[in-house]
Design a protein around this ligand. Structure first.
Ligand SMILES: [Zn+2]
Length: 157
């Protein structure tokens, strides 16, 4: 059954409909009981009306034609889903923001890591140079202690 057919089906006034007057134009309206508390649009003036509870409805005015408001119980479900969808969207926006913040931090940390690695690499190079110098000095000292029997090693360059 299409949505249109369903609305046409519910458009006729039912005996247990909630009957009330539009607060904007005074039109006598009837709507399915399940619409109690929901927002509907007045078919005459187009104003937004909150359907009163079934026990707060107006008594039908004698001789006045009731105008039925189409009600589709799926409308309520659609409203619930739309509201759940809105909540999900804002949660997604929140998570996206959080992921972006995490990425910004990750990039920052990565930059720090690269910078630290560069410093460590420099220290390693300097340490290697110092070690080589010390080894050369040790070789020279060894050659000197052995009374010149050996030639000091040629300077590395
Ligand atoms: Zn109205």
């Amino acid at each position: 059954m299409t949505r249109k057919e369903k609305q046409a089906d519910t458009a006729a006034v039912q005996s247990d409909d909630i009957v009330f007057a539009c607060p904007h134009c005074g039109e006598s309206l009837a709507v399915d009981r399940r619409a109690a508390g929901m927002e509907v649009t007045c078919p005459k003036c187009g104003g937004n009306i909150t359907v009163p509870a079934a026990d707060a409805q107006d008594a039908p005015v004698a001789g006045r034609t009731l105008k039925s408001i189409a009600f589709d119980p799926r409308d309520e479900r659609i409203r619930e889903l739309a509201s759940a969808l809105d909540a999900a969207r804002s949660k997604i926006a929140e998570l996206t923001e959080s992921i972006e913040e995490t990425n910004r931090r990750r990039v920052h940390l990565e930059e720090l890591r690269v910078s630290h690695n560069r410093i460590l690499e420099n220290i390693r190079r300097e340490t290697d140079a110092i070690r080589e110098s010390l080894e050369r000095i040790a070789d020279i000292l060894k050659a000197t202690e052995s009374g010149g029997e050996e030639h000091p090693p040629a300077a590395r360059s």
